[in-house]
Design a protein around this ligand. Sequence first.
Ligand code: TYD
Ligand code: MG
Length: 438
Amino acid sequence: MPYLCQACNKTTNKWSGKCPNCGQWNSIITIEEKDIKGQASRFGNYQASYHLSEDSKVPQALYQATTMSELNNVLGGGVVSGSLILLSGEPGIGKSTLILQILDSIKNGLYISGEETAQQILWRANRLKTNLDNFKFLDETVLENIIATVLQEKPGLVVVDSIQTIYSTQIPNEPGNLSQIRLCTNKLLELSKKTKIPIIIIGHITKDGAVAGPKTLEHLVDVVLYLEGDEQYGYRLLRSSKNRYGSTKNIGLFEMTGEGLKEIKDPTMFFLESEFTAQKPSVFTIVTEGQRYFMVEVQALVSKTMFGYPQRKSVGYDLNRLHILIAILSKRLHLPLDNQDIYINVTGGLKIKDLSADLAVAAAILNSFYNHQLNDKIFAMGEIGLNGEIRSLPLMDEKLANALSLGFKQIYAPSGKATRKGVKNINTLAELNAIFKP
Ligand code: TYD
Ligand code: MG
């Protein structure tokens, strides 16, 4: 077949502007039949010639730990020699800031920027009180020049900011074009493997994460890191969606301050400090995110629909999940929610993925629906099933211990394996309803 999609490697008979398989635009190219035949005969001469040995393992010494333990955790110990790391995130989230802090903590780095001038980086470095002797700076966008510099300088770590701004002179495409991004990444991969120098490439993604580029590179690189957070709130989460050298379960938690990213060592209370100490009655829960616990406050507003369809809006809690939860509440408790607007707000800006927050959301909804007056802070946790049953989830016991230690007097959770003193077990929505119903 004469056409090939560069993004998904699918071959087709017909050229089109958009790949019918992966939906990528401008990625289909022609492949000459004779090229394929020529390559096939070349492949014929190769033989597998060696066995893997013990040396092939990554020895501990090849990890360079940074001074940020949150970052080391996510990386699985530190920066591994010869690895290619993709750091992506929305523009303005703090990638260049994080990079400068990494360069500050590893000796002999090389910072290549096609995004910013030396002056801009110097300004940021001063703000972060970076030790300028720790790294060199190269203002370059031509891949071939970058490779030549790395080979000559032999730095301890290379950072390319960003992959969208560099280009190879081997192909005519513009920087940022998919073919350029892939070619440059492949060449940098080769460079890191050959020289054993770790390379971090920065890639921008847009809000929906759909833009071609970083997404299509994930299979090429060894480690994929995402820096995410909320512009409005200062926190930043660093997660890895792929790591050839460690677990992808750990997340790093940072706060963006006037002097760069600061590590948050005890995240449990981070998202609600002021609400919590204010002693105001409200509904709280603890969610897990990358093996860390976060206490959040869940607010709900239920009010009669004045016009048209009832509104369902949510900040921080998944809207689809909210629709399901409302359907369960309507059906199992026979509540007339179809003429009620329902708004949910998780304070602090964390986007909850943990299903154990269901019970807190349901409690907040019932509380508002019945105009019930809470007289104390309550803590609720558990997943709600379609039949209105409340289920326990992993790590529940640890979360309950946390809630108890914070002094909650009303704690609601389904009876799991371990029932704790001070926890009221509720296993159905009817039991939850009884708490709030006048
Ligand atoms: P930056 O690292 O330039 O983002 P990216 O490289 O992902 O595009 O960070 C930009 C934002 O971070 C900018 O809005 C300013 C803010 N910032 C701070 O709040 N404190 C700081 O110390 C620094 C350096 C930046
Ligand atoms: Mg930047």
